[in-house]
Design a protein around this ligand. Structure first.
Ligand code: JHZ
Length: 399
């Protein structure tokens, strides 16, 4: 395995086994042709970068049938409104244009529609890009890469803000993405992005943040070291509560902007937690194996007691848990979800049927496995009746 940035050899430190496409919800007739890859992870010691070894071709994941819609969580819609407000308060200064990488259904960019700035989204999945366009968000239905970006000649070194959320860790050729940013960004421009955070994943043992789309799990230390190689620098880090703990990164051209005061505090904290070195990987591997063992034991005991178990929310993350722990229909009867594109299909790999939320309310199980543990509050508020009927929520992370 080679580091996707430095090209240097690294040894994968753990494998989660054969994994399907995390968002590849499928019909019965497609079971026999399902795609699998060996999901191994490694750590580049030089730049402290946690990364997947193998990954499927991005076109297998992001296409005309992508079943994740940013607007599916009310809490996330509010978060994106606040993210946009924060950008306006901190970085709007004669701003004329803004580009989002991985703009999905336009949930985030919609917040800029009323400003007199030009905003464009890059979104490779056609179905979600079409929704954004319908909502009045200018969207280029293409991957954000150097080849596609360099066609925007009128924006060369003229772009004020490039931003993203839960998208940069999806791009295997990160170097090429950075060349695209370098092409577009003006002298004083900023690149702002937020992603699930390595520190939170380590602390919560939320190994389900690792799946085909998440090629990288970033930390402040890794992002700092990466951009140092490209004549850019990390100038700010801000922790976010989303997705069980995310980090917002602000990057500028080297020497063009002041670094925030809190930057060094978070970098020091990462050092203290060994996120900058290989030690944490050995511990993480052990924690994942223990978590799997505990979960299997717990579920086995529930089944022994004759309990009915359902899954709640067919997240991308659930694909990792189900396939790593080999949990199938012998344990979980169905997984309910709000997404039409997933309902009446089967979960990737373990082939558990996906049902509408109505089914959960009409066929109340004893136990609900909350796969969207990151949306706990939003879901608990909707499912008060489940608790009142003595239902029990469980997950592999602390709820
Ligand atoms: P959620 C996605 O991951 C995919 P997932 C992607 N790779 C990524 O990086 C992260 O988001 C950010 C359902 N749901 O947000 C709807 C309910 O059923 O944890 C969706 O199927 N009821 C881009 O998939 C799924 O959960 C609800 O009340 O792990 C989304 O799960 C809510 C709030 C969600 O992301």
């Amino acid at each position: 395995m080679n580091c996707k940035i430095t090209g240097k050899k690294i040894k994968p430190f753990m494998s989660f086994g054969k994994m399907p496409i995390a968002n590849g919800f499928l019909k019965k007739k497609d079971f026999k042709n399902e795609f699998f890859f060996e999901m191994e992870v490694g750590f580049s010691k030089e730049i402290s970068l946690f990364q997947l070894n193998n990954h499927p071709n991005p076109k297998l994941m992001f296409n005309k049938n992508y079943p994740f819609f940013t607007g599916s969580s009310k809490v996330m819609v509010k978060h994106f409104a606040n993210y946009a407000k924060w950008i306006k308060n901190n970085y709007f200064n004669h701003t004329k244009n803004l580009i989002e990488i991985g703009s999905n259904d336009g949930t985030f960019l919609k917040n800029f529609n009323s400003n007199k700035i030009k905003n464009i989204g890059f979104e490779p999945s056609k179905n979600v890009a079409d929704i954004a366009t319908k909502n009045g968000v200018k969207t280029i239905n293409k991957f954000f890469n150097y080849k596609n970006v360099s066609k925007l000649k009128n924006l060369k070194n003229k772009t004020d803000i490039i931003c993203a959320a839960n998208a940069i860790c999806h791009v295997p050729n990160l170097k090429d993405l950075i060349y695209g940013i370098d092409f577009l960004l003006n002298k004083n421009g900023v690149f702002i992005f937020e992603e699930p955070y390595l520190g939170s994943m380590f602390k919560k043992v939320s190994y389900d943040q690792i799946y085909d789309e998440h090629i990288f799990m970033f930390s402040g230390t890794a992002v700092k070291k990466i951009f140092d190689l490209f004549d850019m620098e990390l100038i700010d880090l801000i922790k976010q509560p989303t997705h069980g703990g995310s980090m917002r990164y602000v990057v500028a051209r080297k020497g063009q902007r002041d670094r925030s005061k809190s930057l060094s505090n978070i970098l020091d904290e990462e050092k203290l937690n060994n996120l900058d070195n290989y030690k944490f990987c050995e511990q993480f591997k052990m924690n994942c194996e223990n978590s799997r063992h505990r979960l299997k034991k717990l579920l086995k005991n529930f089944k022994k007691d004759g309990k009915k178990i359902a899954g709640y929310a067919a997240t991308s993350k659930s694909t990792t848990v189900l396939n790593y722990c080999k949990i199938g229909t012998d344990i979980i009867d169905y997984i309910c979800d709000t997404t039409d594109e997933k309902i009446n299909k089967y979960s990737p790999g373990m082939h558990i049927p996906i049902a509408p939320i109505k089914h959960f309310r009409e066929n109340v199980p004893d136990i609900a496995y909350l796969f969207a543990w990151n949306h706990k509050q939003e879901i608990f508020n909707k499912e008060k009746e489940f608790i009142s009927k003595k239902g029990k929520w469980i997950s592999h992370v602390d709820l």
